[in-house]
Design a protein around this ligand. Structure first.
Ligand code: GRF
Length: 197
């Protein structure tokens, strides 16, 4: 059974690109069915076009309320037979409609060692706190902010001389290597449970 992925992204999309490349190199054995983006100015839209991947741009602002926005996305994902949602720099909180339609089928990458520094600015918050260790977390998504069950973490020792940009570069390098590996593991878990079930 081929697993269909939907990547959700809001900005640059460097993680989405790492996933696109890993699928191309068969390190992730799945099909990227679509990219869902909530920001019409996001560079990830260009990345999707270059890779020939269908990209839908839907902002909650275009809908009467958030619930309708989520329902619209769920319908699109179901019609497209998406099995796994991969959040890759998606800057909106996922709520009931999408969570309910994809139980334990949504994963996220966060640029800190959760539970430390959840929220939008994981790298900056760790930098300002002058921590000696930070890292990257990949987790299932639940109703909280970066609170879901942790799947994998990799820590990073912060050198005192690093600038914020240097720390960011180190974190992104880990993300781009770790996310494809973990996505492939999650895919294999889904395939195992589907076969057994
Ligand atoms: C990454 O640091 C990711 O951990 C966080 O948002 C950032 C997205 O970067 N959730 P990009 O758009 O993938 O380049």
């Amino acid at each position: 059974m081929t697993i269909n992925l939907a990547l959700f992204a809001s900005g640059n999309g460097s993680n989405a690109q790492a996933i696109i490349d890993a699928v191309k190199d068969k390190k992730i054995k799945a099909h990227i069915q679509c990219i869902v983006c909530d920001n019409k100015h996001a560079y990830v839209i260009e990345r999707a076009r270059d890779a020939g991947i269908n990209c839908i741009v839907v902002s909650p602002k275009e809908f009467a309320n958030r619930k309708l926005w989520e329902q619209h996305i769920v319908n699109y994902l179901l019609v497209n037979q998406v099995d796994l949602i991969v959040l890759a720099g998606f800057m909106r909180i996922i709520k009931d409609e999408i969570l309910g339609a994809f139980p334990k089928r949504i994963i996220n990458i966060h640029p800190s060692m959760l539970p430390a520094f959840p929220g939008r600015n994981g790298i900056l918050d760790a930098f300002q706190a002058k921590v000696k260790e930070t890292g990257v977390t990949i987790h299932y998504v639940d109703e909280g902010i970066d609170t879901g069950e942790i799947i994998a973490q990799e820590s990073l020792t912060v050198e005192g001389c690093w600038t914020l940009d240097e720390l960011e570069a180190q974190i992104h390098a880990i993300e781009h290597r770790l996310y494809p590996i973990v996505i492939q593991q999650v895919i294999e878990d889904i395939q195992d449970t589907t076969q057994k079930g």
